[in-house]
Design a protein around this ligand. Structure first.
Ligand code: HEM
Length: 229
């Protein structure tokens, strides 16, 4: 039964949708934590420290996130393969000819940018630990907050994050519409609402994240005195 479900196109689409939704939940929580940068070093570092308090549970959540990411990726690959075999054409052939929006066409591009982004992002903040050299701002050691601020004070550091957030916005806008289609919620009554929701979710999350490097970059570089920390 499970084998039949997983080998069907709709089964795969539902798995992609559900794993995507789980990752959106992570993103919302992650965004809420990162917006604490606007409250300053104490609030931001307290949030990071609170996360670490979860200990083993944090690792369970991390492993869950990695599993969601992996399953999402594998099932998209399987769907594309199944689609090609069924139609005997490339993926560039529309999957949903009548609803193929710009964000749908950019899905492989935004997905690839996202993958590259996540790798660089983990290297920036998860695998790099804050120390005196990389997390000192205006003479004060500020832990993870200092590491983030110093990273985004660099124009290339912040620019890459802003570009990647465009990809996040595109990807999520399509994703919400795709989830609605997968679960059959697309009809004349709900479609306008779903389209608006997808734009609000995509742009909202992307703009929220992009605000962090933009704020740090302009505050750190746009003032002659040290105002951060
Ligand atoms: C401006 C935007 C962002 C900032 C400033 C930011 C900041 C951070 C920081 C500081 C950490 C390390 C936390 C710690 O070690 O305690 C982290 C981890 C992480 N971030 Fe982000 N993040 C941003 C956007 C994103 C986005 C858009 C994604 C996904 C597409 C993402 C995915 C992750 C993941 C998967 C981890 C590892 C989580 C863990 O190990 O617990 N982040 N981020």
């Amino acid at each position: 039964m499970l084998k039949k479900y997983l080998s069907s196109s709709i089964g795969k689409k539902q798995i992609v949708a559900l794993t995507g939704l789980a990752m959106v939940l992570f993103l919302l929580a992650h965004l809420a934590g990162n917006l604490l940068i606007f409250k300053g070093a104490d609030a931001y570092n307290a949030y990071a420290a609170a996360l670490k308090e979860f200990g083993a549970l944090l690792w369970v959540a991390r492993l869950g996130l990695i599993a969601m990411f992996f399953i999402h990726f594998v099932f998209i690959f399987l769907l594309v393969k199944q689609n090609r075999q069924a139609r005997g054409v490339q993926y560039s052939e529309p999957l949903h000819a009548n609803t193929r929006s710009l964000s749908t066409k950019l899905m492989p591009v935004s997905g690839t940018i996202l993958l590259a982004y996540i790798i660089t992002h983990l290297m920036d903040f998860t695998f790099t630990h804050s120390n005196i050299a990389n997390a000192t701002v205006c003479g004060d050691y500020l832990g993870l907050y200092g590491l983030v601020v110093n990273h985004f004070s660099n124009p290339f550091g912040s620019l890459w994050y802003v570009i990647a957030m465009f990809a996040v916005g595109f990807h999520l806008t399509h994703a919400v519409q795709s989830v609605a289609q997968t679960f059959g919620w697309n009809n004349s009554k709900y479609t306008p609402f779903i389209k608006k929701t997808s734009v609000v979710v995509g742009i909202g999350i992307a703009a929220g994240f992009a605000a962090v490097p933009i704020y740090v970059f302009f505050l750190a570089c746009g003032t002659s005195s040290c105002t951060l920390g």
